[in-house]
Structures are given as structure tokens and as C-alpha cells.
Design a binder for this molecule. Structure first.
Ligand code: FES
Length: 167
């Protein structure tokens, strides 16, 4: 084998190794972005401990293959008794992250304090209310139950029924 051939083989191998390591890091990063809170999934329920969340923080978890947005409202944000999930002293927006227009996944834009849907420009405020564009209604609230500092997605409760009846 020539020196040039050896060099080519070496470069090929080195490139492959870098790509493999990069791919593994991306997968880990994607998993962290998708489901960053300690959550437990069992038989259609997803349990999320809300206690590590900071004011203004938005996290995304998965429940029954759907994205769920959990936003911890800062103390300065206006209370919305028709939409807020109240846990102790804290208020959260908990919504299914599927646009009510045609089902795209909106993105949280902290700088705009809004969920923005890239598909047709729809916008929802921090409470999940439709504020701009084609979405016909607010983001849906998934069935939930509060268990201490934990949010149990997939189970109904009087708190959920109260919000669902106002939607
Ligand atoms: S799917 Fe979101 S605005 Fe159309």
C-alpha cells in the first residue's frame, strides 16, 4: 500500500471517528432538550417533579407521544385562574405543545413571552391563549393531577376539571 493510500485511510478513519463521537453527543443533547426534567413514565402517565424549576423556566416533556410544555410563571406574571396550574405558591402553564391550527409544535420565545408556531405564524401568550394568526383556540391543557410537588399527566383531578370546564 502506498503512503498516499495509508494517509487516505487514516483521514477516512479519523473523520469517521469524529462523526461518530459528534453523533453520540447530539443524541445525548437531543434527549436532554426533549425531556430534561426527572420524569417517570408508566402506563400512560408521566410524572414530573416541578420543584427544581426556576421562575420563567420552560421545559418540555413527553406524555403519550405528545410534547407537553411546562412554564413556571414568574411571581411578577399576572395570575390567570382559568389557565394556571397552581402548586403551592407557584403557578405553571401546562399545555399540550401542538398548535391548535394544524398541529405543528410551537416554540417558546422567552424574549416575546410567547409560543410561536413557525408553520403559519400563529402565536400564543404565556398562558397558552391564542393571540395572533390562524389558531382558533388556546393550547389544550392535558389531564393532570397534583401530587405534592409532582405533576401527574394523564390523570384527571378536580383542579383539571375546573380548568377544562373554563376552556
Ligand atoms: S399549524 Fe400553527 S399556525 Fe398553522
Amino acid at each position: 500500500m502506498s503512503v498516499t493510500q495509508d494517509r487516505r485511510d487514516f483521514i477516512g478513519l479519523a473523520f469517521g471517528a469524529v462523526a461518530a463521537v459528534g453523533g453520540a453527543f447530539s443524541l445525548v443533547a437531543m434527549k436532554k432538550t426533549w425531556d430534561p426534567l426527572p420524569s417517570v413514565k408508566a402506563a400512560g402517565f408521566t410524572t414530573v417533579d416541578l420543584s427544581p424549576m426556576k421562575d420563567g423556566e420552560m421545559r418540555q416533556v413527553e406524555w403519550r407521544k405528545k410534547p407537553i410544555f411546562i412554564l413556571k410563571k414568574p411571581a411578577s406574571a399576572a395570575a390567570n385562574d382559568d389557565r394556571d396550574v397552581v402548586v403551592g405558591e407557584s403557578r405553571y402553564t401546562v399545555v399540550i405543545g401542538l398548535c391548535t391550527h394544524l398541529g405543528c409544535i410551537p416554540e417558546w420565545k422567552g424574549s416575546k413571552n410567547a409560543f410561536v408556531c413557525a408553520c403559519h405564524g400563529g402565536e400564543f401568550d404565556a398562558d397558552g391563549m391564542a393571540t395572533f394568526g390562524p389558531p382558533p383556540r388556546p393550547l389544550d391543557i392535558p389531564p393532570f393531577k397534583i401530587d405534592g410537588t409532582k405533576l401527574v399527566l394523564g390523570e384527571t383531578s378536580p383542579e383539571y376539571e375546573k380548568l377544562a370546564n373554563k376552556a
